[in-house]
Ligand binder design. Structure first.
Ligand SMILES: Nc1ncnc2c1ncn2[C@@H]1O[C@H](COP(=O)(O)OP(=O)(O)OP(=O)(O)O)[C@@H](O)[C@H]1O
Length: 507
């Protein structure tokens, strides 16, 4: 059996944590190999070593049978290894072609011939079924297309081994299907793929084999076709995981949030939200379902105070707060788990302790007579770290940036829930989380509801919305299409409504 990549007995330590402890992964030529592990299990670290961003403390890497040292991403590229990161590295006002040739080898004395490059990109795009316009501007194309540009970037540099780091986290269901096909085209042409994902259904649909790691150690490599999702989940977490959410029927109380005919504009000054009305009561979870980009982002920004509400009224616990500041909304008991945890959730260069008091540091017990009480701040962070199982090298003293993506997310959710808000707005709360953490977060959201609080849940995962919500508001093109109860409808019907087909309203 020919292996294109062999990572043997890899060890990598960071201050306070062994991120990779004797991990072995072997990638066959022409296979899609999933890398599965809990948040913080060490997947990104292992791939960063393969891509030359980190050096292993111990262990061997062989590329096409040859023992090699990969000193930096450039040498990884020369060895035919490419990576699509979770956060794309593209320049918005450059074209696709310009982005692809940017940073690729510039030979001295040679002006890069953009036209020739464009042609080559067009050919590659055709060969792999990517359908990318080489002359489009990055700002004008969808996130799914931008990801394909990242794929083209690798192909343009003749990559043979392609690493995808949670590629579907940013995609719509249709784009996920398309990506599956693209991956098949890639292996059909002899490429080999390492796929990092938490989604077991995707592993089932896309991958040939799967290596499971837990807390930095290899557990096993299995054939995907003969291993069930449940088995893989249990191997990964080290205990039995349940996928179903247990909850009682809700007992809604008074109205907490009332949106009355809200209209909000997007960045391009077009109407993103149109006369949108909705109520969320104490003791209920209301989900918002819709295809990404149908006004959900602007709606939530309007509610949290990040974006101006052009017309309509926003009532919170009976008070008109349409024009109040972000700060006063926070003070009144509105909490927000944002869509983009890097931009809005955390200050990446602050410690975890400081991040856990971003909204409340000026209050007792964290602050007294204008002085910060470091002990209280640390205790608060430790409490969140413990309850939400936030894993990091140095606990409360860890810099937020050093946490794995999923652990950053758990920290943000923990911070917001611990404030015990009257209204929790959770946008994609479980994006990037492993099944064990999803199970826990779902439980906490239901608990919050059962304490009589209101939850507004925005998610692109229909299954999550169906499992958690008491009512689901479906949006299309900034308009409310209808409100349904999950018990009364199937996913298919909600799918139709997401496409704009109206249905009778239930209240
Ligand atoms: N640069 C760093 N400095 C300190 N600690 C780090 C650094 N990078 C990673 N770690 C730690 O190493 C461990 C493994 O992290 P890694 O990002 O590899 O996990 P992961 O499996 O990719 O997680 P996720 O699914 O949440 O993205 C974590 O405990 C993390 O906090």
């Amino acid at each position: 059996m020919e292996y294109v990549v062999e990572m043997l007995n890899i060890r990598k330590e960071f201050p306070g944590v062994v991120a990779n402890d004797d991990i072995t992964l072997r990638l066959r030529r022409g296979e899609i190999h999933a890398l599965l592990g809990e948040n913080g299990a060490g997947k990104s670290t292992l791939m960063s070593i393969l891509f030359g961003m980190y050096q292993a403390d111990r262990g061997t890497i062989k590329i096409r049978g040859q023992e090699t040292r990969i000193l930096n991403p450039n040498s990884a590229t020369k060895l035919g290894i490419g990576m699509v990161h979770q956060h794309f590295k593209l320049v918005g006002n450059f074209t696709v072609t310009e982005n692809i040739i940017l940073g690729s080898e510039l030979r001295k004395g040679l002006v890069i011939d953009v036209k020739t490059a464009g042609k080559r990109i067009e050919e590659l795009s055709l060969q792999y079924g990517l359908n990318v316009d080489p002359y489009a501007k990055i700002d004008d194309i969808s996130v799914g297309m931008q990801q394909r540009v990242e794929i083209l970037k690798m192909l343009y540099r003749d990559a043979e081994v392609l690493i995808f780091d949670e590629p579907t986290a940013v995609l719509t269901p249709q784009e996920i299907k398309d990506l599956g096909q693209i991956m098949k085209n890639l292996i059909g042409e002899g490429k080999s793929i390492i796929l990092i994902t938490h989604k077991l259904t995707e592993i089932k649909a896309m991958a040939n084999r799967c290596t499971v790691i837990r807390r930095g150690k290899s557990i096993d490599t299995v054939d995907v076709s003969t291993t069930s999702e449940q088995t893989m989940a249990d191997m990964m977490v080290g205990r039995h995981v349940t996928f179903k959410v247990d909850k009682e029927v809700s007992v809604p109380g008074d109205v907490v949030l009332k949106l009355d005919s809200l209209s909000i504009k997007n960045n391009k000054n077009f109407w993103a939200v149109n006369e949108f009305s909705l109520e969320v009561r104490e003791g209920e979870i209301v989900g918002i379902a819709g295809v990404e980009g149908n006004g959900q982002t602007e709606l939530i920004e309007g509610i949290t105070g990040l974006r101006k509400i052009e017309s309509g009224t926003f009532w919170f616990e009976g008070q008109d707060i349409t024009n109040t500041t972000i700060r006063s909304r926070v003070e009144q008991g509105i909490a927000h788990v944002p869509e983009d945890r890097h931009k809005r959730g955390l200050v990446l260069d602050y410690t975890l302790a400081d991040n856990m008091v971003l909204e409340v540091y000026h209050r007792a017990p964290f602050s007294r007579n204008g002085l910060l009480n470091k002990g209280a701040i640390r205790d608060h962070a430790n409490h969140i770290i413990q309850s939400f199982d936030v894993r990091s090298g140095q606990g409360a003293a860890s810099v937020a940036r050093s946490l794995s993506g999923g652990n950053q997310q758990k920290a943000v959710i923990g911070r917001e829930l611990e404030r015990d808000p009257a209204l929790l707005i959770a946008v994609q709360p479980t994006r990037g989380l492993d099944v064990g953490s999803i199970e826990y977060i779902h439980k906490r959201l239901i608990e919050h509801r059962d304490k009589g609080k209101a939850v507004l849940l925005v998610s692109l995962e229909l299954e999550e919305l169906m499992n958690l919500s008491d009512r689901i508001a479906v949006v299309n093109n900034g308009e409310l299409i209808g409100i349904v109860r999950p018990a009364d409808v199937g996913e298919q019907e909600i799918g139709l409504m997401m496409a704009g087909v109206k249905r009778g309203q239930t209240t």
